[in-house]
Design a protein around this ligand. Structure first.
Ligand code: FAD
Length: 515
């Protein structure tokens, strides 16, 4: 059967495969799940970025891990076929695509594996790599009053997709990224082997797959640490005119012990204007809140800074206790006294806060427009220079979407994973989340992203791209720096023919055909 697959895929290219060959393919693969022609299902050739599109050979909807292993094994018996796991396709630069190859729709496995566990008194949940974090949240809270500890801002992302990068949000200063909050994975390697791995079992694969950009294996199951879910969240935004004060307070909050700080710390830059997307109206948390620009000191420049924090609490706590805890923390901050916004929301509502934005953007067509996003980790030693040139000059009029910036702590990240970070204990994530209409603006904004990266390089800033995207091996080598050799060794061990995640453009498919 495999020989038959080899004949099909070697004799034809993706453009010329007729539909009935997909049914032959399906028979050859002997899947429990289904297979669709890549040409018919446009979804596998697109992503959230809207900047790239390719034509896969086929979209596979596996029923489980065995199907995935079968597909990888089949590809390994050809000279050129690649396999891309597609989580929810929320990459920007084609990372989940496979030109002429197999795309595995991980969402079709989202119901698999869901199982709570208690080990040595600690709670965990086993979930599919194809599960959406929003479903993990809803199920864990409603069924067990438990929840994962570390999140992303937006939860319609898959477990495998974020674990292949890092998974960062306002809780990461305390618990580390999502990659620091899993203890076991089941992975289908590029050799088609199904392997369970953890810190103590097949540890090279475990740490390599975390932040591994899908290069070493397809994560089919993850064991995620849980904590007791709070009932409610006090969600707060305060405003600064001076970057130095904003960073001083943000760094103060992320370096305090648990119980001495907020449970969530993020921030964003906004323009000192009435721009509806990037100006004053972007700060209030509720339509009832009013941002009164008269409270902004005269000395303020073209951009302002908003620190966004949140405190968890239980329904059983008295409102006055929560008020006191919040006031005690806010008193220590040097933000503008009269520009303070607070809201009480349920914990689930808080974690799903971006969903509202998604619905709004879908209604006005912005969700499906291109997203030339740029995410960078920049060390504390470089962040003032970055602010001075990039935020205050290059982007002072806004970018048509949020400009996030908040500090993270290197000590909360495990250096054995494949994630690449700048030097120094404190570094910032900067996320330029542009929403733009199709057309020439897109190219201009992609060019502006390049300009920012080039400027960072020229000025010798200590930075690394998050959700990196490079075209050449040289750039990837530079990105990985002294972790490159280890990454290549791991690739050679677990995906020697470079079958997996071709959309990352790190390694070229090799031609060693399995006997
Ligand atoms: P995909 O885009 O489908 O895949 C990403 C990469 O991972 C591809 O290379 C793919 O082949 C690989 N992959 C997918 N599934 C698996 C698997 N099971 N095993 C191995 N490899 C796999 N990131 C943050 O850290 N914090 C945020 O707050 C955040 N917010 C976001 C908000 C929005 C609206 C969007 C669009 C993205 C956001 N991201 C954020 C980025 C997001 O984490 C990454 O783009 C992530 O890769 C998307 O997950 P996905 O499930 O859509 O993965």
């Amino acid at each position: 059967m495999i020989a038959c697959l080899g004949r099909i895929v070697q004799d034809t290219d993706a453009d010329s495969i007729p539909d009935d060959d997909v049914s032959t393919l399906s028979e050859s693969l002997d899947l429990q799940g289904t297979i669709e022609s890549g040409g018919i299902t446009g979804v596998a050739g697109k992503d959230f970025g809207g900047l790239y599109s390719v034509k896969p050979l086929a979209l596979i909807k596996p029923s489980g891990t065995e199907d995935i292993a079968r597909v990888v094994n089949a590809a390994s018996r050809t000279s050129h076929l690649t396999v891309a796991a597609r989580g929810n396709g929320h990459s920007i630069n084609g990372q989940a695509m496979a030109d002429g190859g197999f795309v595995i729709d991980m969402r079709s496995t989202e119901e698999n594996h869901f199982k709570p566990l208690t080990i040595d008194g600690s709670h965990y949940i086993d979930v599919s790599g194809g599960a959406l974090w929003e479903d993990v949240l809803k199920r864990c809270v409603s069924m067990f009053r438990l929840a994962p500890r570390s999140w992303t801002d937006y939860l319609s992302l898959t477990v495998g997709g974020t674990l292949s990068n890092a998974g960062v949000s306002g809780q990461a200063f305390r618990f580390g990224p999502q990659t620091s909050n899993v203890t076991e994975l089941e992975v289908v390697t590029g050799k088609g082997e199904i392997t369970v791995c953890s810190e103590t079992q097949n540890s090279e694969l475990f740490f390599g797959a975390l932040g591994g950009l899908g290069q070493l294996g397809i994560i089919t199951r993850a064991r995620v640490k849980l904590q007791r879910a709070p009932d409610m969240v006090r969600w707060i935004r305060v405003v600064y005119t001076e970057f130095e004060e904003f960073t001083r307070d943000a760094e103060f909050l992320v370096t305090q012990e648990e119980g001495e700080s907020f449970d969530y710390v993020e921030g964003f830059v906004f323009s000192n204007s009435d721009d509806p997307i990037n100006g004053w109206p972007s700060v209030p948390l509720d339509p009832d809140h009013e941002f009164n620009p008269a409270y902004i000191p005269q000395t303020a420049g073209s951009v302002l800074y908003c620190l966004e924090v949140a405190l968890h609490y239980r329904n059983s706590e008295r409102p006055s206790t929560v008020d006191t805890a919040v006031s005690r923390l806010l008193e220590r901050l040097g933000s503008i006294q009269r520009l303070k916004f607070q809201l009480n929301v349920s914990y689930v509502e808080f974690l799903l806060r971006v969903k509202q934005g998604e619905e709004h953007a879908k209604a006005n067509g912005n969700w499906d427009s291109p997203h030339p996003w740029l995410n960078i980790f920049i060390s504390k030693s470089s962040i003032v220079d970055f602010d001075r040139t990039v935020f205050r000059k290059m982007l002072k009029d806004g970018i048509g979407g949020p400009m996030l910036i908040y500090p993270l702590l290197r000590s909360k990240w495990d250096s054995r994973t494949s994630v690449v970070l700048p030097e120094g204990e404190i570094f910032y994530i900067v996320a330029l989340l542009r929403f733009v209409p199709k057309g020439p603006t897109v190219e201009k904004l992609v060019a502006q992203n390049h300009e920012i990266i080039q400027w960072c390089n020229k000025e010798g800033l200590d930075f690394k791209l998050y959700l990196p995207h490079y075209q050449s091996k040289e750039d990837w080598k530079r990105h990985f720096g002294n972790q490159w050799t280890r990454f290549v060794e791991r690739k050679t061990s677990f995906d020697p023919m470079a079958i997996l995640a071709p959309g990352q453009k790190i390694f070229k498919r090799t031609h060693i055909i399995k006997p």
